[in-house]
Design a protein. Structure first.
Length: 506
């Protein structure tokens, strides 16, 4: 309608103004209502079973009769708390008690900082076992407020022993205890940490290393653990600031087990010798070759075992870990520090190929784990949050599998930040990065750094029934909703999580 037409009708401008106002009001109301709806939807229920969480994704495989999801019946499944190591009446080969306390700890010359200790130290005692040993750890929470657990990072234990508060157990409250029992089937370097309020408890040191030795012992002359952690911004190795000496005789080769317990990557390099990467995340590398002038980048939660030759001339060799170092050599020997190499080792092409033991090309399920970021609400808080397959927590996918499935997963990150992705209960093998096929040793991992703009294709065999977290190990990111679960057909959990429960795994 032109202005001249409208001016012929008395009262029309006023009516149009009213209509426009009404439209504007309705549009505003619609926006407010949908924001309100998003806000409401951003809260998980006050108490719920993770078995009912998210949207089932069958990855192109069959949807089982056992349904799950909001409102579905999940009471029929096998409770994950019953999935334990079979009781053969055997006595444990390794038995220990780890007692957690909240206390102040001093690192180097710094002031005492609030920390969590196990048996009085952080990192806690190393759990050392031999392949096939039955390990029994009694966890006592003396004074960690809000409860704590122990999760065995990288050890593919029976689901009931996984130590995830709100999924496999209730958080162990102060003055309570919980016993973990599992057979150490995997040789290699692992670690344990609390999986309750982990973005706070792990940072403050509720953690320690696990070393599983082969039955016949290691082939190297010396075994050196280099667990690194940042306490209140201070880089430490074995809880110590600065250079940490390790006495190794000249001419010997040491196996240096680097464990990154931080939220970010730690580049590791060796000053004064070529090294080999013997293992990644516990799994031996096939045909590792000498590495010179390159650092190996260890993702959050990841481990590498390095073969480091100690010079014959009595000097020391240094393994540099982001500001700290392990200095290997005879008593009193020194080595000289070299700057970080400009290049990094690419595990996609390191070592020699070997059979995987299964065929990822005939996968039963193919999942996508696309990580993005967008504005919205998580737990009622507005922000720009991580998304999984376009959805904000708690509307994340539930990756449904059946026992025995061969599973592939395409992980894609367009979120603007890197994410160290960790699947519990399984190791995945890297098939390709950015579409480029892996050509080196099979790269089995449980802690995979996925940089922004990168994609990885990984595969695994679903051989460990349960409900398993698959999350970012930059733990504040998990707390912000960057998590999902892999769930087996026929299982459920009677453990509840949500704000009305004690459990808050992230
Ligand atoms: Cu190392 Cu879900 O954790
Ligand atoms: Cu992340």
């Amino acid at each position: 309608m032109s202005p001249s037409e409208s001016s012929q009708v008395v009262g029309e401008p006023a009516r149009r103004r009213r209509v426009r106002l009404a439209v504007a009001f309705l549009a505003t109301a619609a926006v407010v209502a949908s924001i309100g709806w998003m806000w409401v939807a951003s809260f998980a229920p006050a108490s719920f079973s993770v078995a009912q969480m998210g949207t089932p994704d069958y990855g192109g495989g069959p949807a089982p009769a056992h349904r799950h999801g909001p409102g579905a019946l999940v009471a029929t499944g096998l409770d994950v708390r019953t999935i334990v190591e079979p009781d053969t009446g055997r006595a444990p080969d390794v038995a220990l008690t780890l007692t957690a306390r909240a206390e102040r700890v001093r690192f180097g010359s710094g002031p005492p900082v609030p920390a969590y200790t196990l048996n009085g130290t952080t990192p806690g005692p190393t759990v050392t076992a031999r392949e096939g040993d039955l390990v029994q750890v009694t966890f006592v929470n003396e004074s960690v407020p809000g409860g704590a657990t122990l999760h065995w990072h990288g050890l593919d234990v029976p689901n009931a022993e996984d130590g995830v508060a709100g999924v496999t157990q209730d958080a162990v409250r102060p003055a309570q205890s919980h016993t973990y029992r599992f057979v150490a089937r995997q040789v290699g370097t692992y670690w344990y940490h609390s999986h309750q309020v982990s973005h706070e408890q792990v940072v403050k040191g509720l953690l320690g290393a696990v070393v599983v030795l082969p039955r016949g012992g290691i082939a190297e002359d010396a075994d050196v653990l280099a667990l690194t952690h940042l306490y209140a911004g201070r880089r430490t190795v074995a809880g110590r600031v600065g250079d940490v000496p390790a006495v190794v005789r000249p001419g010997a080769t040491a196996r240096v087990r680097v464990v990154n317990t931080d939220n970010g990557v730690v580049p590791v390099w060796v000053s004064g010798a070529a090294y080999r990467v013997l293992a990644v995340d516990g799994t031996e590398v096939h045909g590792p070759t000498p590495v010179r002038d390159r650092s190996v980048v260890v993702p959050a939660g990841g481990r590498v075992d390095l073969a480091v030759p100690v010079p014959v001339d009595g000097s020391a060799v240094r393994v540099e870990l982001g500001g700290s170092a392990v200095v290997l050599g005879p008593v009193g020997s020194t080595g000289s520090r070299t700057p970080a190499p400009g290049q990094t080792l690419d595990l996609l092409s390191y070592g020699e190929p070997a059979p995987l033991g299964f065929d990822p090309a005939s996968a039963d399920r193919r999942f996508e784990y696309r990580i993005g970021r967008r504005p919205g609400f998580v737990r009622g808080r507005p922000g720009v949050w991580w998304t999984v397959n376009g959805h904000l927590y708690p509307a994340v996918p539930m990756f449904m599998v059946s026992r025995g499935d061969v599973v592939t997963m395409h992980i894609d990150n367009s979120s603007g930040q890197a994410h160290p992705m960790h699947l519990h209960g399984h190791h995945v093998v890297v098939l390709a990065r950015d579409g480029v096929r892996a050509t080196g040793s099979p790269w089995w991992t449980d802690s995979l750094e996925v940089r922004s703009g990168q994609s990885y294709d990984v595969a695994f065999v679903a051989d460990n029934p349960g409900i398993w977290m698959d999350h970012c190990h930059n733990l504040p990111h998990a707390q912000q909703g960057l998590l999902a679960h892999v769930m087996y057909e026929g299982v459920t959990t009677g453990v509840r999580t949500g704000r009305d429960t004690v459990n808050s795994p992230e």
